[in-house]
Design a protein around this ligand. Structure first.
Ligand code: PGA
Length: 252
């Protein structure tokens, strides 16, 4: 059984007081969601305050990024040890906005994933094709490159702690969701890659989240797909009512 993960990626939103106020509202609204992992990913500045505010609740904290080095001359970056120290259990790695805005490569993703695992964090590694790539029928080729590059050299033991998020870039922030069937097709493909590289047992256990315009209205349809093990939610995770409605989607 793959335990679902519902994760809210706040991106560059919320000051510290706004972040704390949000999780105080969210806590009672999601308290009964015991069958899944509920995660919020505030900006770096609010990580520690949010981690303190959710202590003792079923909400856990993720960072939106990290550097792979332990420390050093890397202005503007933070390390795995720093986000762990701030109270994170998870870290989002290789989000398409990092890949686009900060020229992150699969090699960077790979280094970050290894450093995150070494520090004891659970990496949520994002993959997904752009619209141009989908239209050129290159979706699988892109996913294969990102998967193979991102997870190169991981031991099976390390891979067992990876969470993958399939986020077609054309569906992020656009209101255009992949249909549950389209998402499931890519998830199946990714699980097949996991099977090839790490064996059937780990492939069956691998949690693959869908991300891209997930909302209270479409989450149940996505989660009804056997292949979809949760969601990485951007815009709709910023309000307590919509995010809690996603976490509390009607179970089958
Ligand atoms: P969205 O973002 O839900 O606003 O489309 C998803 C994401 O970027 O993780």
């Amino acid at each position: 059984m793959r335990r679902p993960v519902l994760a809210g990626n706040w991106k560059m939103f919320k000051t510290i007081p706004e972040a704390v106020d949000f999780v105080e509202k969210l806590k009672p609204l999601v308290a009964k969601a015991e069958d899944c992992e509920v995660v919020v990913a505030p900006p770096f500045t609010a990580l520690s305050a949010v981690a303190a505010a959710v202590k003792g609740s079923n909400i856990q904290v993720a960072s939106q990024d990290m550097h792979w080095e332990k420390e050093g001359a890397h202005t503007g970056d933070v390390s795995a040890a720093m986000i762990l120290d701030a109270g994170c259990a998870y870290v989002i790695i290789g989000h398409s906005e990092r890949r686009q805005d900060h020229a992150e490569t699969d090699e960077n993703v790979n280094r970050k994933a290894k450093a995150a695992l070494a520090a004891g964090l659970l990496p949520i590694v994002c993959v997904g094709e752009t619209l141009a790539e989908r239209e050129a029928s290159r979706t699988q080729e892109v996913l294969e490159r990102q998967f193979t590059g991102g997870f190169a050299g991981l031991t099976p033991q390390e891979f067992s702690r990876i969470i993958v998020a399939y986020e077609p870039v054309w569906a992020i922030g656009t209101g255009r969701t992949a249909t549950p069937e389209m998402a499931a097709e890519s998830h199946r493909y990714l699980r097949g890659l996991a099977h090839q590289q790490f064996g059937e047992g780990l492939a069956v256990e691998l949690r693959i989240l869908y991300g891209g315009s997930v909302k209270p209205e479409n989450v149940a349809g996505l989660m009804a797909q056997e292949e979809i093990d949760g969601a990485l939610v951007g815009g709709a995770s910023l309000k307590a009512d919509s995010y809690s409605a996603i976490v509390n989607y009607p179970r089958k």
